[in-house]
Every structure is written in structure tokens, then in C-alpha cells.
Design a protein around this ligand. Sequence first.
Ligand code: FAD
Length: 382
Amino acid sequence: MDFRFSDEQRMWNDTVQDFMAREVGQDYTLQHDLSREFPEDVFRKMADLGWLGLLVPEKLGGMQTDPVMFAIFCEAIGKYSLDTAACIMTSMFTVQNICTHGTPEQQAQYIAPFLRGDAKFSISISEPQSGSDAAGGRSTARLDGDEWVLNGNKVWCSGAQLPGATIAILARTSQERYDGFSLFLVPNTTPGLHIKKMNTLVRKSLGTTEFFMDDMRIPKSALLGEVGKGWRYIGEHLDLERLSIAASQVGNARTALDDTKKYLSERDAFGKKLSSYQVLKHRMADDETELAAARLLVYYAADKLARGEPANADVAKAKLFTAKTLFQIAFNGMQALGGYAQLPEYHMERYFREAKHGMVGGGTNEILRSIIAKSMGLGREG
Ligand SMILES: Cc1cc2nc3c(=O)[nH]c(=O)nc-3n(C[C@H](O)[C@H](O)[C@H](O)COP(=O)(O)OP(=O)(O)OC[C@H]3O[C@@H](n4cnc5c(N)ncnc54)[C@H](O)[C@@H]3O)c2cc1C
């Protein structure tokens, strides 16, 4: 058993952490959060470095790293904001579906432009009546000659409004609960698709949308893989997706705790530094301890995935615990910074808002507990 990074992993960690400090930083992140702009130049710089292809097989032009190297990347890109991490990661997951199930034509159409930084992807599963219970989706796709005709209402589709975005849409081709879903690749400029941005508390740079499909016609070739396999396809990379969120939560929690420590070490009250009061020191010590535990859970799950071992419950534990840890650290940070915590330029309110979303996005804390309970032999829900 070795808890240390290998030389290669340490170098990779240093490389991505340096990139984030040099090319992104707190001020850039703050400005993009305030203006709700996508960090396009960072996305392109990562494309130039080949990093958008971390999960893409080499034969398709990527660099296919293992889940531990990917977790290191996600921990670093979540350093200043979970939103920044989502801006990069959302496309990286969705393109996986094309790598695994796309036809050679679809791969040629989508993968190279994505690796160049010219294309983005969104994933649309959730509907107004079905979030956690995603199999309750009602949007339909019907074959009419050489075209699919899609109808329905989707919500919370992050990044669907961005220029050059293609949406992977889950829609019903039959009524079977799970095997009734198919996955379609739909450019966001398709006629009949009406996208509306949602005014969310988080994911301000990536943006989240609701959209309606009114007899939206797409070519037969827009189907990804086989009819009735959509549910299976989106489930294939769920562990990796949840692991990446967990890793980015650890990265963000590290910054939130460091910011808290810095503030308390610099601020005086009643004639001495705030950091000298035992109650505040102990609170930070508890947070430091929980963060260390959270990080170990992430790399334990990543290591299992890298070895090809089943890690569904381990990933759920990592995501659940890192979400709770980040929320606790950001909550304590809000208290530690007093009134100044309310100001965006102190960054803590961003960590706090985003930490709350960490308990919902990519599977809520309750759904993760259900996965863990199932692994304990306590039965499944739904
Ligand atoms: C900013 C943002 C971005 C998002 N981006 C995307 C995206 O890109 N693509 C996409 O498809 N979706 C996206 N989502 C949707 C997200 O995945 C859902 O919000 C999430 O799955 C929860 O669904 P819901 O909001 O409908 O809540 P519900 O499922 O209605 O749940 C409400 C509450 O009930 C709890 N609950 C539900 N079932 C159970 C149960 N069996 N036992 C105990 N408690 C339960 C939940 O944990 C939650 O606390 C995004 C959401 C947000 C807010």
C-alpha cells in the first residue's frame, strides 16, 4: 500500500496546478462568475495542450489517461471554482459517448473539432418532472422516413447555449422504463429547438438551460449507437463523472480552507490575530482533517477504477463525503470572514454557493446514500 503519488503523477499535479495559478487565478474566475461568461481562452489553451483529450483514446487523437491522472486534473481545475471545472469536464464526458458508440462519420465530425477547442458538448437527461428519477423522462423521438422527430421539454442542460455546442439528448423511442431510451446528437442551432438560459445561483460561466423540442427534425444518422441503449450509454461513464466532481470538490475545499486560514491569520480582534483563538484554530483543524479524509476517498476510488475494479459505491462515498466536506469548509469560511464573506471579491460566497450545488449535481446526496445502502445489501429504490 502506497499513499503517495508516483513521480509521473506528482509532475502532472504540479503542471496542472501551475497552469491554474498562472492562466486562471482568482481574479479571472471572479470576473467570469460576475459576467457569466464562458472561460473560452482557458478552454482553448487546454485544447492546445491536448488536455481536452485526456479521456479520448489515442487512436482517435486523444491521450487517454487513467482515472487517477484524471482525478489529479479535476482536483486542480476545481481549485477556484466548481463552475470552471464543469466548463471543461462536461464536454469531456459527453464526447466519451461518441468515442465509444459513435460511427466513424460521427467520430470524424465531432472529435477532432472538440480536441481543437472548436466544439463543445452538453448532456440532456433531466426533465421538469424527472431529475433524480431520470428514467421518468417523457421526451419522445419517432422515426419518420429518414428523420427522427423529437418532442418534449428538457431542463438543467448545462452549456447547451454555447456557440458550437452539440447536445446529447436522451429521449424515449419506446415505453420500457430503461430500455426505452435512445441518445441523439443535436447541434444547438437545429430548427425546432428552443433554448432558454436559466438564472441559476451557480454554473454562471457554463450556463444552464431549459429547452423545448417542437417537432424537431434531425437526420437518422444523429442517433448515437443503437436504439434503446441510451440509458446504458449514459450510465457507462457515470462513475468517472462523479469521481471528477468529487476531485474538483476536494480542490475547491483546499482553496476555501487556505483562504480562511489566511484571513484569520491576518485579521486582528481584541488585540490579537483571530487565528490565535482556540475555537477558530480547532474548527480549522477539524476541516483540515475532514479534507484529508475526503481526498483519500477520492484517490481510493480513482485507484480502483484505474485497476478496472467495480467502484460504484466507492465513487458514491467519495462524492457524498467531498460534497459534505466542501460545504462544511465553505460554511465555516463564511463565518470566519464575518461580513466580508458576503463580498464576491473575497471568493468565499462563490465557494459556498457552489458547494450547495455539489450536493445536488451529478446525483444528489440522498441518491448517493441509496447507492451506498444498496452496496450494503439494503435493497434498491426505483
Ligand atoms: C445548475 C445545475 C446544472 C445541471 N446540469 C445538468 C445537465 O447538464 N444535464 C442534466 O441532465 N441535468 C442537469 N442538472 C439536473 C440535476 O442532475 C438534477 O437537478 C438532479 O438530478 C436532481 O433532480 P431534481 O432537481 O429534479 O430534484 P428531485 O429529483 O426532484 O429531488 C428533490 C429532492 O428529493 C430528494 N430525493 C429524490 N428521490 C429521493 C429518494 N428516493 N430518497 C430520498 N430522497 C430523494 C433529492 O435528493 C432532492 O433532495 C443540473 C442541475 C442544476 C441545478
